[in-house]
Design a protein around this ligand. Structure first.
Ligand SMILES: C[S@@+](CC[C@H](N)C(=O)[O-])C[C@H]1O[C@@H](n2cnc3c(N)ncnc32)[C@H](O)[C@@H]1O
Length: 417
């Protein structure tokens, strides 16, 4: 992917990076991603954060938003800061003009039911003082004790193959769901579902993503290069971190398999599936999105591919409070074209900064950039961490040893360790 202002090229230290095509003055907009390909607003914040523009109710002095969209039977609640944002949500999820976003609310309704069921299971477990079930059952029990040194691509493939068999059996039996997902797993499930929905909607509607253009209006005459969410294949070109992530945090393999099983089960509970009996006449009209989603979960390929592009590529969605006022993370999003900027490498300070604009993000230069210079952001809070903390954090969550000038100098002199 190439922008009018920079090229994405191989770096000397591995992977790709973004390099300025020509001199870029300080304060120049570099890239605006209008929306994430896939995102999640934490389940616990879904009433407080607008599902369209991510506005946080507390910043407007409210405890939650009051504009709600729900299904025919009141299920599938989604909250918005305004009617305009609600209308945008409907438009983005409408497959056939005039038919609204009912299918999406149906899925959210099923999610609400499973969340309520998991709360009941948890209450029962607490009453019986039973340890939490962590979703690693039978054939996958070996995942409980895996160490980083056990992790190989073959072991990961084997675990996913077993997960596919197990989940197919679970959906066939339709026994009640008895595992309890952690908050993080539930949010990961929402993120994966959002990516699968994006893929399905793009496939069905053929809606093409926006391409490079000058969006002069959006920022009062300022020239901003912006990109839409991209296609599934654009998204798939992002770095796949499944292997390094599993080596860094082996427990996440079982956790991600649980997320996949949960989503497959969730889709299997939807009425559109139950109706497809032998006696029913073939459905006419537009493709049923929920059925397409079930098909995309028949194997783990798509869900696994989305999770493989989560760590290392996504950005936190933060409220707009100032840092010193204690800004809060509301969720996270994968902004396809915004994930080619590496962590500051050659010198001590990043030359790009990112800001959130509604559901989009924008990158701009923090200082003058020379032609050919790599455009970098900072992945961490540089100021508050010691050199050891910075390097550990980058190795644990971004899978590389930081050899920037500052880290190398400070490690040599043992400063701040
Ligand atoms: C958001 S991606 C950046 C684009 C990535 N290099 C690519 O080829 O797609 C983040 C990943 O890039 C690599 N990376 C970023 N900054 C780096 C640096 N300073 N040194 C080495 N690798 C880095 C790490 O593998 C990290 O997980």
């Amino acid at each position: 992917m190439n922008s009018p202002k920079y090229d994405v090229l191989p770096t000397s230290y591995g992977g790709r990076g973004a390099y300025a095509r020509e001199a870029i003055p300080e304060g120049s907009p570099i890239l605006r991603c209008t929306a994430p390909y896939a995102a999640v607003i934490f389940w616990k914040f879904r009433r407080e954060v607008c599902a369209t523009c991510y506005a946080y109710a507390f910043e407007s002095g409210k405890s939650k938003w009051s504009v709600k969209l729900a299904g025919d039977k009141g299920q599938g609640g989604v909250w918005f800061c305004s009617k305009e944002c609600r209308d945008i949500y409907v438009k983005n999820n409408e497959i056939v003009k005039g038919q609204g976003a009912g299918w999406r609310l149906e899925i959210i309704g099923a999610l609400e039911r499973l969340v309520a069921q998991m709360a009941r299971v948890e209450t029962q477990m607490n009453a019986h003082k039973a340890g939490p079930k962590n979703g690693v059952s039978n054939s996958l029990a070996f995942l409980r004790n895996i160490e980083p040194s056990d992790i190989t691509p073959e072991l990961i493939d084997h675990a996913w193959a077993l997960a596919e068999e197990l989940s197919t059996e679970e959906c066939r039996k339709r026994a009640p769901w008895t595992d309890v997902l952690t908050e993080f797993e539930l949010d990961t499930a929402q993120f994966v579902l959002d990516g699968l929905v994006r893929r399905a909607v793009q496939n069905v509607t053929g809606r093409t993503p926006e391409t490079f253009s000058v969006d002069a209006e959006a920022l009062s005459g300022e020239e901003v290069y912006h990109l839409g969410v991209g296609t599934w294949s654009d998204f798939m070109q992002l770095q796949d971190s499944e292997l390094p992530l599993t080596k860094s945090k082996p427990y996440l393999l079982a956790s991600r398999i649980l997320v996949y099983r949960f989503l497959k089960y969730l889709l299997a509970t939807l009425p559109s599936q139950a109706k497809s009996t032998k006696t029913e006449t073939p459905r006419r009209g537009p493709p049923v999105l929920t059925d397409i989603l079930s098909k995309s979960l028949a194997t783990s390929t798509h869900a696994r591919a989305i999770m493989a592009r989560d760590y290392g590529n996504v950005f936190g969605i933060w409220d707009n409070a100032k840092q010193e006022e204690g800004s809060e993370m509301l969720g996270w999003g994968a902004y396809t074209f915004g994930s080619y900027f590496n962590h500051v490498f050659q010198d001590c300070a990043p030359n790009l900064k990112k800001t959130r604009e509604g559901r989009g993000i924008r990158f701009y230069t923090l200082r003058d950039v020379s032609p050919g210079e790599e455009l970098c952001i900072s992945y961490i809070d540089e100021e508050s961490l010691s050199v050891k903390e910075r390097r550990d954090h980058l190795e644990r969550d971004w899978f590389f040893v930081c050899n920037c000038v500052r880290c190398l100098t400070e490690s040599k002199t043992n400063r701040d360790i």
